[in-house]
Structure formats: structure tokens, C-alpha cells
Design a protein around this ligand. Structure first.
Ligand code: NAD
Length: 471
């Protein structure tokens, strides 16, 4: 059979993954027409906006879109047309966690994947390579194949690939331009391998061949869950050690440094914090837990579950430190929270630790003032409404204020909590902050950002995650 030459790509889902991933493919493959589609009209309008106010913030993304949009990169809500014309279709829709329902209650919600797959089946009249870009449980490709083959018309044949995305928000463009690896899973049959080669050829336009790994379908699907679970596990491990540091006077920075020097362990992802967030880590581990339970492997499920439990513990431990340090009550006290995004360099707030902390503070009837350089106000209100479902938004607004700079946030407050590691927080003029605060003035650093000694010299009372009171 002649090698499949991909000329038109459709990406279903114009979110944090589909948008940047396919924009980079368009940039690097000017000979391929890439159309990114979404049902969400306002998202597509933002991708098409004249002033490039894109729906997501990622360093470098605007430049990529500026170069490719209108040339060979298009954004549209016309899902059917894009499916019809494409040789290769990425399915990059959201796969949230199903929090209720039948069974264990934490399964991946595959509704969006199924609807997109059914749409492909309904519309396609020629052969398509269908690529799982969304993170999905192991063997989802089998369900997609059944849906596609049972509904196919016009003699279309479907080859299904798994091509999970490993980008991290905040460094998405860098990760896409220079990935550690691109993983492609396929059936190990002639047609499966041809489809795999066709996708590998697309990436080979800029990714070195030795970084394009081709494996079986199920291994590829599981590798994505495994990679996220192991990254999150490292964070939970270092956070578990941070609690021991606080109790003993050891310093988590020094411990991480010493441990990371071991070449078998390595230094990355060993930074203690108030807890991991983001749309993926918790969801993917819960997926792994669910998968293990459904395979009757309860000990394996319990092992991975502990990574999530540790993360929840870290967040509540930090909230408790704030309350205990502020003389065991924060009722009626004023707390500034610096950072609302789940990490720096993104406007994404999904599962952000800041939300949990603020919910805890509100439950004690503290007043909270929030400053984040990137997160939209409307997003903050939406997140807090969802986090406090029994409290009307008007009541939340009596206790929460959103401001536009650090000094405004800290003015007349008893405490400052650093929840996100934004670079601009490294440059805070702490003397000025101190002068504006109620005394005694407390700083709680959940991101290991501050120079604790310097702040203590100014007069602050300081608590840093993973450090005893004198370290
Ligand atoms: P997202 O919510 O930002 O984007 C998904 C988009 O798909 C939404 O805009 C939604 O409107 C659209 N959509 C849903 N069903 C559709 C349909 N039938 N037709 C057209 N559009 C449809 O989600 P995301 O963060 O981009 O994540 C997508 C997938 O990638 C998830 O499975 C996620 O786990 C995985 N992933 C995410 C990241 C990350 O950092 N966000 C990293 C790697 C993998």
C-alpha cells in the first residue's frame, strides 16, 4: 500500500491542548492545512480575534498563531466540514472526571470523546486516521473503533491511533517545539502501522526521529496516565517530606537538592508546594485508580489513591497552619492571597490549590483579597461559586475582593498567602508591603518563593512550606 500522505488535518477541540498543539503543527508543516474546530463559538471567535486575544494564555502562543493563521491554520465551528475534508482527525476534547454516577464514581467522563467519535462516523465518507489526543483510559481506542465501524457509511475505513499529549501548561509552546518525546500507539497490523507512519511523518517535520516513539495502542494510552501519575507522585513524595521538615527543622530545599543530586532520582519536580493542581494530575490518577479497581487490583488502586490523598492533606495542612499561626482564629481577619492560577504562566485555574485555600478561609469567615496577574475576574467568581455551592455568590462577594496589584492586595491585611509561583512575586518590595500591613504582619509562603531571613529582618512573622520556624 502507498504511504498515507496527510494533507488536511482537523482537530476537534480548541482548548489548552488542541489549540497550541495543532497551531504548532500548522507552523511547522506549511504544506498541511490544519483546521481546529470547537462547538464553543466564543472560544473560536477568540482564536480568530483581530487583536489576537486568544482564549488561553501561553507564552509564545500568539507568535505561533500570528505566523500560521490564515495561511494554513484555521479556526471554525463548522465541525462537519472539517471532518469531511480531513485525512487525519485529532480528537482533543475534554475528558473530565465523572464525580458521581454508577460504579466507583471517579471514572473518566468519556461523553465528549464519544460524541466527537459519533460525529466523525456520521460525517466521514472517505478513509480517516482518527487520533486520540485526549487523555483516556486504557483501551478507549477499542470503544472508538466499535462506534466508528458500526456507524460508518460511504465505505470509509478508520485507523485509530493514540497520540497522548505531554505538554505542560505554561511551557506548552516550548514543549511542543522541542518535545522530550512524541508517543504514537497503533494496532500492530499493516494498516495500523501505515497510519502510525503517516502521523510520525507529520511530526518528523521538526521532531528528531529518535524522539518519535511508536508502541502498541494500549501501551500508549496507559503511558500517558502513568507519566502523569509518576510526576504527581514525586510532588506528593516531596510534600510528604515537607511536613517532616516543618516538624524537625530540616529544610525541604536542602533535602530536595541533596536527594536530586542522585542521578537515579534527578533534580526535576522535587519542589515542595502547597499542592499540585491543574486539570490533569488528579484526574489522571483517579483514572488509574478506577482502572485498577475495575481490573480487581485493589492494592494497586490504593497505592495510587494515596498520591491524591497526600495532595489533599498538603492543602488542608497549609490552611491549618494559617489558622493556627493567626492565633487559632481567622474569623473576621483580612488575608491577601497572591496567585489564583494553578501554577505560574497560565491563566488556568482548574483544581488550583488557591481555590481550596480560599474556600477554607471563607469557611472560617475570613475576608480574602485576591491578586493574580492573569486570571480573569469572572473566572475567579465562577470557581469560588463552584467551590462553595451552598453559599450564594452575593455572600461570597461580601467576603472576597479582587484587586490588580500586590500592594493593593496586602494593604491593611493581617496575612499574605503566596499560592502561585508567579515570577513577579519574586520582585515584591516587601518593605513597602510591610509598611502597608496590619501588625503583626504574617507571610505564608506555599511556593518557596521568599527569602525568609530577609522578611524576618523587616519584621514579618514568616511560615514557609517545608521549613521550621527558624529556617
Ligand atoms: P479544554 O476543556 O481546554 O478543551 C476541550 C475543548 O473541546 C473545549 O473547548 C470543548 O468545547 C471542545 N469540545 C468538546 N466536545 C466537542 C465536540 N464534540 N466537538 C467540538 N468541540 C468539542 O481541554 P484541554 O485542557 O485542551 O484537554 C483536552 C484533553 O487533553 C483532555 O483529555 C486532557 O486530559 C488532555 N490533556 C490536557 C493537558 C493540559 O495541560 N490541559 C495536557 C495533556 C493532555
Amino acid at each position: 500500500m502507498a504511504p498515507i500522505d496527510v494533507k488536511k488535518i482537523c482537530c476537534i477541540g480548541a482548548g489548552y491542548v488542541g489549540g497550541p498543539t495543532c497551531a504548532v503543527i500548522a507552523l511547522k508543516c506549511p504544506h498541511i492545512t490544519v483546521t481546529i474546530v470547537d462547538l464553543n463559538q466564543s472560544r473560536i471567535d477568540a482564536w480568530n480575534s483581530d487583536d489576537f486575544s486568544l482564549p488561553i494564555y501561553e507564552p509564545g502562543l500568539v507568535d505561533v498563531v500570528k505566523q500560521a493563521r490564515g495561511r494554513n491554520l484555521f479556526f471554525s465551528t463548522d465541525v462537519d466540514k472539517a471532518i469531511l475534508e480531513a485525512d487525519l482527525i485529532f480528537v482533543s476534547v475534554n475528558t473530565p472526571t465523572k464525580k458521581s454516577g454508577v460504579g466507583a464514581g471517579f471514572a473518566a467522563d468519556l461523553n465528549y470523546v464519544e460524541l466527537a467519535t459519533r460525529r466523525i462516523a456520521a460525517v466521514a465518507t472517505s478513509n480517516k486516521i482518527v487520533v486520540e489526543k485526549s487523555t483516556v483510559p486504557c483501551r478507549t481506542a477499542e470503544s472508538m473503533r466499535t462506534i466508528l465501524e458500526s456507524n460508518s457509511h460511504g465505505g470509509a475505513r478508520f485507523d485509530i491511533l493514540s497520540n497522548p499529549e505531554f505538554l505542560a501548561e505554561g511551557t506548552a509552546i516550548k514543549d511542543l517545539l522541542s518535545p522530550d518525546r512524541v508517543l504514537i500507539g497503533s494496532l500492530q497490523t499493516g494498516e495500523g502501522l501505515d497510519a502510525c507512519q503517516a502521523l510520525a511523518n507529520v511530526y518528523a517535520n521538526w521532531v528528531p526521529k529518535e524522539r518519535i516513539l511508536t508502541v502498541g495502542l494500549w501501551s500508549s494510552e496507559l503511558s500517558k496516565l502513568a507519566a502523569n501519575a509518576m510526576l504527581a507522585q514525586r510532588i506528593s513524595s516531596i510534600n510528604a517530606l515537607s511536613a517532616i521538615c516543618e516538624a524537625t527543622g530540616a529544610n525541604i530545599d536542602e533535602v530536595s537538592h541533596a536527594v536530586g543530586f542522585d542521578s537515579r532520582i534527578g533534580p526535576k519536580f522535587l519542589r515542595a508546594s502547597v499542592g499540585f493542581g491543574g486539570s490533569c494530575f488528579q484526574k489522571d490518577i483517579l483514572n488509574l485508580v478506577y482502572l485498577s479497581e475495575s481490573l480487581h487490583l485493589p492494592e494497586v488502586a490504593a497505592y495510587w489513591r494515596q498520591v491524591v490523598d497526600m495532595n489533599e492533606y498538603q492543602k488542608s495542612r497549609f490552611s491549618k497552619t494559617v489558622v493556627d499561626t493567626l492565633f487559632k482564629t481567622i474569623t473576621g481577619k483580612h488575608i491577601a492571597v497572591l496567585g489564583f492560577a494553578f501554577k505560574a504562566d497560565t491563566g488556568d485555574t482548574r483544581e488550583s490549590a488557591a481555590i481550596t485555600l480560599i474556600r477554607d478561609f471563607l469557611s472560617e469567615r475570613a475576608y480574602v483579597t485576591i491578586y493574580d496577574p492573569k486570571v480573569e475576574e469572572s473566572q475567579i467568581w465562577q470557581d469560588l461559586s463552584e467551590a462553595c455551592p451552598n453559599t450564594p455568590l452575593e455572600t461570597i462577594k461580601k467576603y472576597v475582593t479582587i484587586v490588580h496589584n500586590v500592594i493593593e492586595a496586602c494593604k491593611d491585611k493581617e496575612a499574605v498567602v503566596i499560592a502561585t509561583e508567579w515570577k513577579e512575586f519574586l520582585e515584591i518590595d516587601w518593605q513597602t508591603v510591610y509598611d502597608h500591613m496590619t501588625k503583626p504582619a504574617f507571610v505564608f509562603d506555599g511556593r518557596l518563593l521568599i527569602d525568609a531571613d530577609k522578611l524576618r529582618k523587616i519584621g514579618f512573622k514568616v511560615k514557609v512550606i517545608g521549613r521550621g520556624d527558624s529556617t
